[in-house]
Design a protein around this ligand. Structure first.
Ligand code: EPS
Length: 357
């Protein structure tokens, strides 16, 4: 399979399957001198991991990062950084039937058709497990962006099924298992997800992310626009079905006088553009949204076919997420941070001598 590398100057290649011996990545192009240790990965990997609340898959992975290269005495050396995480809690017998069947709404069908062969155990390479390495690689990008530019990327969930966040309290986001910005709604969400889990069904979610502190000038028109690369990066996350930048789909009903962000000596007076104009960061906060479909592995029987084309009734057993969007906030942050890191290095390569006012 090709296309497992992401980024031009900060290039991340991921590898590994959900039930294989390990997953890993190689990061090429990281600036030298950045301090990194295995402990630095713990917080973000925990935020993304399964089994940390009753509302996610109960697979328990240690997600311990081994740094195999590119770091000497705690600092990056500028050479390729290889990270490895060994899989320790595979339960492949859950997937015996799936090897011969296609879950409706899952990549099982298209992987089989495209390659003529697939590793069905845990979804193989199509598993959400692959996103672990994106989050790990982005720990390095986030640290560089934060130390060098003060960039901060934060994502949260603001819609789950029929529920919408009613208030926005940034401090609440990391205090509940839903990355939800309104603490008062958390008991309602708990009851909803408990009921959903018992019923054997799943549900979709929407997330929003902000990147603050991004300087003006990152992004490469025409075919490397910052918004285009963020959209592509977010769309590459499993189960993402829509991406919006700034006001997103709402621009369709806006007037020019409503949408434009007026500029005074104090700066922009609004941020409908989501911090990007002409594919280049404007210096305002970058705002992106994405919608994640409901997990396709559900306990409720549905119609499908097997590899021989026979019609079957399929029921997926095993340890699945009732709402995979609940684990997507750190993944969304990671993809935005990786795009920003790459665009930062690309901007410096071409425009380091430009004086910006
Ligand atoms: C996943 C199915 C489950 C999840 C997995 C994603 O795998 P398993 O059946 O092996 O428990 O646990 O998520 C992870 C392991 C992870 O680290 O994100 C899927 O079908 O995508």
């Amino acid at each position: 399979m090709s296309a497992n590398t992401f980024g031009k100057l900060f290039a991340v290649t991921t590898f590994g399957e959900s039930h294989g011996p390990a997953i890993g990545c190689v990061i090429d192009g990281c600036p030298p001198g950045l301090s990194i240790s295995p402990e630095d990965f713990v917080a973000d990997l925990e935020r993304r991991a399964t089994g940390r609340s009753r509302f996610t898959s109960q697979r328990h992975e240690a997600d311990a990062v081994e740094i195999l290269s590119g770091v000497f005495e705690g600092r990056t050396t500028g050479t390729p950084i290889a990270l490895l995480i060994r899989n320790t809690d595979q339960r492949s017998k859950d997937y015996q039937a799936i090897g011969e069947q296609f879950r409706p709404g899952h990549a099982d069908y298209t992987y089989q058709q495209k390659y003529g062969v697939r590793d069905p155990r845990g979804g193989g390479r199509s598993s959400a497990r692959e996103t672990t390495m994106r989050v790990a690689a982005a720990v390095i990008a986030k640290r560089y962006l934060s130390e060098r530019y003060g960039v901060r990327v934060q994502a949260w969930v603001d819609a789950i099924g029929p529920y919408r966040a009613e208030r926005f309290d940034r401090d609440a986001i990391e205090q509940n298992p839903f990355f939800w910005p309104d603490a008062e709604q958390v008991p309602v969400l708990e009851a909803f997800l408990d009921g959903l889990r018992k019923s054997g069904d799943s549900v979709g979610a929407r997330l929003t992310a902000e990147a603050s502190g991004v300087p003006v000038g990152w992004g490469e028109p025409i075919y490397g626009k910052l918004d285009a690369e963020i959209a592509s990066a977010l769309m590459s996350i499993n189960a993402v079905k829509s991406v919006e930048i700034g006001d997103g789909v709402a621009v369709a009903s806006q007037r020019g006088t409503e949408h434009r962000d007026e500029i005074t000596r104090e700066g922009f007076q609004s941020n409908h553009a989501g911090g990007i104009l002409g594919g280049i960061s404007s210096g305002q906060t970058i705002v992106a949204r994405m919608a994640i479909k409901p997990t396709s592995s559900v306990l409720i029987p549905g119609r499908s076919i097997d590899r021989q084309g026979n019609e079957i009734e399929i029921v997926t057993r095993g340890r699945h997420d009732p709402c995979v969007g609940l684990r997507a906030a750190p993944i969304m942050e990671a993809m935005i941070a990786l795009v920003l890191m790459d665009q930062c290095l690309r901007d410096r390569a071409q425009c380091a001598d430009v004086r910006r006012g």
